[in-house]
Design a protein around this ligand. Sequence first.
Ligand SMILES: [Fe+2]
Length: 375
Amino acid sequence: MARMAHYAPTEGGETVFTVSATSMKFGAGCLAELGGDATALGMSRVALFTDKHVREIPPARTAFESLERAGLDVAIYDEVKVEPTDRSFMAAADFAREGGFDGYVSLGGGSVIDTAKAANLYATYPDEMLVYVNAPIGLAKPVPEPLRPHIACPTTSGTGSETTSVTVFDLVKEQVKTGISSKHLRPTFALIDSDTTRTLPAGVVASTGFDVLTHAIESYTAKPYTARSRPEAPGLRPFYQGANPYSDIGSLEAIRLGGRYLARAVKDADDCEAREHLIFAATLAGTAFGNAGVHIPHSMSYSVAGLNHTFTANGYERDNHMIPHGISVVVNAPAAFRFTAEVAPERHLEAAEALGADVTEDDLAAIYKDAMRYW
Ligand SMILES: [Fe+2]
């Protein structure tokens, strides 16, 4: 009952929420079915986006062989940059434009999936980089029509990019992270194969797992959709509508799964049960925040990551110095949640309880210290 009371009508407030999500296939071994799914979407000449590390591990072979077995013409792009930039996006777009592809597959973490989204956009509807970028940094020109079909195959259990309609990058000149938002950026289909996370280094599982937890907690504690103004026309309703009864279901379950399995998944790469639950949590949280939105920890993360280029995180030694997204979000999360808890204490207590905290304590700060003991 407390949850529904959270959505009590407000004067002039929104009364409607929408649910958008990528169609997806989930389960161990489903990546081997990629070729059939690409064919079903009408692909014949496919751009396979990945990065140099993922290209060397078994999922890349599985994906490539499945596409070849289906008789598709495949070109691989492995120049994706972890934490992509405007320059790396445009280099990928050049590859996409010159290749004349009728379909895209992304295999990797959020950086790979986001790069494929951008390459698909700028190859299908070419324009200057900043034209589609969110205002006030860019011109926020709407993407005119659907893009080429895109199958996203995540190999990390974190970003949820396979389910979202945004792509994020560093605008190097301005030293800021920004992005592009459009329903047309949402991948057409996602193949979520828990086997792909078996070879992930512990540090990457930790960082991407923090991303899962913050997506879920931020979505659950976001401003309720009923507290926002009702738009003048249905088309003006934002993707990120605020917390709503649908996003709550995925958020709470993702918090529960993260609380139960994140530490196990980090400690033991052979703990298939933990890693499978974590990638499921990532998908639930991705779908939740893709509809509800996130708030302060993610906003602050852009400054953290945009201003520091000297840090090397465990598991990311191959990459240029940078703060992985999950780390840049989580460092400020406990302070941010203590701040937002003053406005909606019940929601924060429910989130802390789902994470595994003993919420019989009187002191909210102590509860969070316990709940976020991994942080
Ligand atoms: Fe995130």
